[in-house]
Design a protein around this ligand. Structure first.
Ligand SMILES: [Zn+2]
Length: 298
């Protein structure tokens, strides 16, 4: 089955044709974010139309923003794309192309991609936990994406791991992401040396004991959160996403430390880095569209 897949982000729209789970082509086009949501949909139509001559059975859209995946509309998008909130992406594209169209939030789509083709291949249930400026995630349970009652499931970063701790943008204090995000690691490292301004810079100097101490303390924070998530969801796979988890040290440490921090019944959980990189959203969106076209997506 051939699916046209798009991954709409605040800075770029990735597009490609996915044939039986394999991305055949991959382009990147700047997002006309300042021109607003309608301009983004117009670009999406143009990109999709270019693939139509190759034959397509469906369209899969991974996008920034909170997505009502039943209606395929954008419930809420921050300022990254002006006027994107409320856009009926699925309806607009189905009207234009008469092809079954699946629309999903980008992190959720990436989790579906990892579950089907990447770190969670062969697993029953997968949690994806992403570490960047914040901590986000998604849950694929018994093979199906769990989006919650309001399409908001997976805000793992807002678990409170430090009661009364650091203030968070969500209004709470002591949220997991204030301690465990890549930004939290950089913030701590810069107290030692302002030039430690990225994960890459930090891991390059891991041999320095004081740098390693900061990294190990950050990893302990991650262990608290992951142990809680494993006890809550009992997944058989857990994928660590985000650029900082492309480093082997944090992944190897978490593989060793997390099982020691959960009860015996949960210790067989497979922990690994996400495998699909920036193709995860495209492949996941295509997989959702494939299921929709095959009548397997309720
Ligand atoms: Zn929070």
């Amino acid at each position: 089955m051939k699916i046209i897949a798009l991954d709409i982000g605040g800075t770029a729209v990735k597009s490609g044709l996915v044939d039986n789970g394999v991305l055949k082509e991959h382009r990147e086009t700047p997002t006309p974010a300042a021109e607003g949501g309608q301009a983004v949909v117009a670009l999406a139509k143009k990109l999709i139309a270019a693939y139509l001559p190759e034959g397509a059975d469906g369209i899969g859209i991974s996008t920034a923003g909170v997505v009502d995946s039943k209606s395929g509309s954008i419930l809420f998008a921050e300022d990254c794309i002006r006027g994107y909130t409320g856009i009926q992406v699925k309806a607009l594209l189905e009207d234009a192309f008469s092809l079954p169209t699946a629309v999903e939030n980008d992190l959720n789509a990436a989790a579906v991609g990892e579950a089907a083709f990447g770190a969670g291949k062969g697993c029953k249930s997968l949690l994806c936990v992403g570490f960047g400026t914040s901590v986000g995630g998604a849950a694929v349970l018994d093979g199906r994406l769990y989006t919650g009652s309001h399409f908001g499931a997976g805000e793992f970063g807002h678990m409170v791991t430090h009661a009364g701790g650091l203030p968070c943008g969500c209004g709470q204090r002591g949220c997991f992401e204030r301690y465990a995000s890549a930004s939290a690691l950089v913030r701590q490292a810069q107290r030692l040396d302002p030039s430690l301004d990225s994960g890459r810079a930090i891991f390059r100097r891991l041999r320095e004991p004081r740098v390693k101490a900061v990294v190990d303390s950050w990893l302990r924070e991650i262990v608290y959160g992951l142990a809680s998530l494993i006890h809550l969801w009992d997944p058989d796979c857990l994928a660590l996403c985000g650029g900082v988890m492309q480093q082997s040290y944090p992944v190897e440490q978490l593989k060793a430390l997390v099982p020691k921090s959960v009860m015996p019944a949960y210790r067989s959980v497979s922990i690994q880095a996400a495998q699909l990189g920036n193709q995860a959203g495209l492949l996941g969106a295509a997989e959702l569209a494939r299921r929709l076209a095959a009548g397997q997506l309720r």
